[in-house]
Design a protein around this ligand. Structure first.
Ligand SMILES: NC(=O)c1ccc[n+]([C@@H]2O[C@H](COP(=O)([O-])OP(=O)(O)OC[C@H]3O[C@@H](n4cnc5c(N)ncnc54)[C@H](O)[C@@H]3O)[C@@H](O)[C@H]2O)c1
Length: 434
């Protein structure tokens, strides 16, 4: 199976979104900082945790778009990955990749060395998703500004940790920007603005899809414990990835939550698996009807099956027209009820990937760090809601999941040599709602 192709390309060096769009986006998210206000040109030092594809891409994005920023510390389960990041980005960003050997940390506790490093101002958290909530909370408690990739959480226990981290960051005056780059992409911002202006009338319903080919699988190597194998082959274990609906399609769910202005009331879903490797817990496809307030149904579908037709975007139906929002670089457009195009806008994902790092750094330097974790934790829990509804075969309420569910997938006392329960995939009607 091929590595992910559509998402984790290293973005090119390019310009960025107009400041007007970014400013209007950030305005509602800023909080006043009690942390020392950094001068506009002061140096900011990055620490990176998780030096794989996106970690390398995120550091590249930040170093490309921001002035006077350098990366000074790195952690990964495997220190060789930190070295690869240094080798890849060093020549491109002369003088900005200041990673001494002593500032490269491996193993499960390596991230703690980055968080306790007084030289680090901003920490980029780009490991597999399962670790994210606890790492964000610890980073906030250590007084660091945070960039955290999506999804923010893969279960309700992680969601509640994110809410705690969000509130603590607001109280401390430290920033948290998340890797939901479409919130900073011109054609998405434009489409949401048009919908808010009433160009499609009142929203009636919608459809969103993330259908792709296969995803990577990293086979077990001799001598690997259960824990090491699962952490390395993380996509296939739900405690680490949350399944495709959370790991990948959270982008679409986040778009829908943005358009609808909040979380759905409930989810009803189905799906299954036919082509995954034997020990993978992932399903091949999930379909969900999300019911938003007012009985408005958003129909969701995600799929990863090699050889199938791809689709990645959202369609919002209104009383006066239809808005199409295409992912990656596909642009957005609106047609009226007769099918006549009345609006369209292009957008670049590589610009959006960089813009999130510019917004974070600008907000820190302005003394008003953005804290947007709750928004992305909500979208991540909506993804979990769809997964839980499909896995159990039940109609599940958002409030139940947010406040009552006992689902906590993170292994207790996780260690490098841990034995973990035999992987198993969900079966509707048998898998319990907890
Ligand atoms: N925003 C986007 O469009 C986008 C695109 C790709 C990936 N992502 C997200 O970025 C994250 C990473 O994805 P990736 O494709 O880079 O995966 P990857 O496997 O290439 O990289 C993850 C890295 O994290 C390391 N790691 C795992 N657990 C760790 C821990 N506890 N401590 C330290 N290091 C740890 C791994 O060894 C690996 O090097 C995922 O959450 C993914 O969903 C987002």
């Amino acid at each position: 199976m091929s590595e992910r192709m559509d998402e984790q390309r290293l973005p090119s060096r390019r310009g960025f979104l107009g400041t007007g769009a970014a400013a209007s986006l950030a305005a509602g998210l800023m909080v006043h900082s009690s942390r020392a206000v950094a001068a506009e040109t002061s140096e900011l030092k990055l620490g990176i945790v998780g030096c794989g594809g996106r970690g390398t891409g995120a550091v590249d994005d930040s170093l490309s778009i921001n002035q006077n920023v350098k990366v000074v510390a790195a952690a990964d389960l495997y220190p060789t990955k930190c070295d690869s990041l240094r080798q890849t980005l060093g020549p491109k960003h002369e003088g900005k990749v200041a990673l001494e050997d002593a500032k490269i940390h491996g193993g499960l506790d390596g991230y703690k060395r980055v968080l306790e490093d007084p030289d680090v101002d901003v920490v980029l958290l780009t490991t597999s998703p399962g670790f994210r909530p606890r790492m964000i909370l610890e980073a906030v408690e250590a007084g660091k500004h945070v960039f955290a990739e999506k999804p923010s959480c893969v279960d309700p226990a992680g969601y509640r940790i994110c809410l705690e981290a969000h509130d603590k960051a607001v109280a401390k005056g430290t920033g948290i920007v998340t890797g939901t780059q479409y919130r900073r992409q011109a054609n998405y911002i434009g489409a949401v603005d048009e919908i808010r202006k009433g160009t499609i009338g009142e929203i009636v319903s919608g459809t969103t899809r993330y259908c792709a080919g296969g995803i990577w699988y990293r086979p077990r190597k001799e001598g690997m414990s259960d824990a090491e194998y699962q952490m390395n082959n993380w996509m296939h274990f739900i405690w680490l990835s949350g399944d495709q609906i959370a790991e990948q399609a959270v982008h679409n769910i986040d778009t829908i939550n943005w358009v609808m202005g909040g979380n759905p009331v409930s989810a009803y879903g189905s799906g299954g698996r036919f082509t995954r490797p034997e020990d993978s817990e992932m399903w091949d496809n999930v379909v969900v009807d999300y019911e938003y307030p007012g009985g408005k149904i958003i129909s969701f579908m995600c799929r990863q099956i090699p050889g199938t037709a791809g689709a990645n975007g959202s369609v919002i139906e209104g009383t006066e027209g239809t808005c199409f929002i295409e992912a990656i670089n596909g642009g957005s457009r609106i047609v009226d009820r007769k099918g006549k195009e009345v609006w369209k806008m292009g957008g670049s994902i590589s610009q959006a990937y960089q813009q999130e790092h510019k917004d974070l750094v600008d907000s820190i330097r302005a003394g008003k760090p953005i804290v947007e974790l709750k928004q992305t934790a909500d979208s991540s829990l909506v993804a979990v809601l769809g997964r839980v509804a499909a896995y159990t075969g039940q109609k599940v309420g958002f409030e139940f999941l947010a406040k009552e569910s006992k689902l906590d997938l993170f292994p207790k006392d996780l260690a490098w040599e841990s034995s973990l329960p035999k992987p198993e995939f969900a079966i509707p009607g048998r898998t319990k709602l907890v």
